[in-house]
Design a protein around this ligand. Structure first.
Ligand SMILES: C[S@@+](CC[C@H](N)C(=O)[O-])C[C@H]1O[C@@H](n2cnc3c(N)ncnc32)[C@H](O)[C@@H]1O
Ligand SMILES: [Zn+2]
Length: 344
């Protein structure tokens, strides 16, 4: 089968760098109890609507911060991320689950995933879309791999504060148009979206969409007030956030959560069972294919090989590396596997 597979077109996307200069994404979460709580409330409620998937994917799952939510519902989950640092931290945080075969870690660009069509039943993507330079390609690619339902956190540009800010600066047209609004630097662009546009993209790809929550409606309120005021006001703000998560859908908060359901669920065509692997790794391998050509892989305990592409995807510590520019031809793999350094 692999030899007959036409080559996939893999979009070239610049991927944000979470690995340089000792950056530690865990630090971002210090002092952000309100944001953490607001998001956790929604994830807790929405996970219950995903049923009991056997396989679940957390796209751009970082260091596994949200695993606490899906490990309740899924037998097995796959955290897919591009960042070596974040994946290594996920390996520490989720060591027990990884040992038990309940969590697997994969390094990959979301624009070129090694998962087969409908490889997981359910998935989510949280706090990632703002980083994507080709959101359409990534939504199509992530959606391709999901059989039933997924939760998509959409950072919108037309939230309440965004509208006020743009009106004040005479740039209201920017938040009304269908195009993403790109801010930040050219090295670290930050995109926010028109929610209807993202929903239309999903719907055109065969998903029914439901807007389930407006999240983080009072973003940074606890960063700007003194600690004593935050302590006093917290119960009131949390109560308001609870109301705004429903009432503010589509317009209030900067993060809008969309539940996408496949209109016509389709079963996965699992790949052959590899003899070299054991435990839940066998079932994971049956859900994986070459991200470059979509062809079958040949497995050993420390690498997966695509014969038509002559590419080797190595296992590095606790994660499988399906990042295309660190994959190697078999001849180079023989000499460089032990010294391979990830690109940053
Ligand atoms: C803000 S963090 C969010 C992590 C996690 N979802 C969470 O909520 O804690 C964004 C993550 O997306 C990952 N990411 C961004 N662009 C990516 C891409 N094109 N492919 C794979 N991962 C990507 C980053 O490496 C980073 O770990
Ligand atoms: Zn291939």
């Amino acid at each position: 089968m692999a030899g007959e597979m036409p080559a996939k077109t893999v979009p070239a996307q610049r991927v944000v760098d979470y690995d340089s200069e000792g950056y530690d994404y865990r630090g971002f979460w210090r002092g952000r109890d309100y944001e953490r709580w607001a998001e956790a409330r929604v994830l807790h409620r929405q996970m219950a609507r995903l049923g009991q998937p056997v396989w679940f994917a957390d796209f751009g799952g970082g260091y596994g911060r949200n695993a606490v939510h899906y490990r309740r519902i899924a037998d097995h989950s796959v955290i897919v991320d591009y960042s070596v640092t974040n994946l290594n931290r996920a390996a520490e945080l989720l060591a027990d689950d990884i040992r038990a075969g309940r969590v697997h870690l994969i390094r990959s660009d979301l624009a070129a995933l090694p998962l087969i069509d409908s490889g997981v039943e359910c998935a989510m993507v949280v706090r990632v879309l703002h980083h994507l330079t080709d959101v359409d390609a990534c939504l199509a690619e992530m959606g391709r791999t999901v059989a039933r339902r997924w939760l998509v956190d959409v950072p919108i540009k037309h939230h309440l504060l965004g509208r006020l800010r743009s009106a004040l600066h005479g740039r209201y047209h920017e938040v009304r148009s269908a195009e993403p609004l790109v801010t930040g630097s050219s090295e670290y662009p930050f995109s926010t979206y028109n929610l209807s546009n993202i929903r239309h993209r999903l719907e055109a790809a065969g998903w029914g969409t439901q807007l389930v929550a407006s999240v983080n409606n009072f973003r940074r309120w606890d960063q700007v007030l003194p600690a004593s005021a935050v302590r006093v006001l917290r119960p009131a703000v949390c109560a308001l956030e609870t109301l705004a998560q429903d009432a503010g859908r589509g317009w209030w908060g900067p993060s809008q959560f969309v539940l996408a359901r496949r209109q016509r669920p389709r079963p996965a065509a699992l790949r052959p069972q590899p003899d070299a692997l054991a435990g839940s790794m066998v079932e994971l391998a049956r859900r994986l294919a070459c991200p470059a050509c979509g062809g079958d892989l040949t497995w050993s305990t420390d690498a997966a090989h695509c014969a038509p592409c002559d590419l080797v995807y190595p296992r590095r510590g606790e994660f499988w590396d399906f990042h295309l520019s660190t994959s190697m031809t078999t001849s180079s793999a023989a000499t460089t596997r032990s010294t391979l350094v990830p690109t940053r």
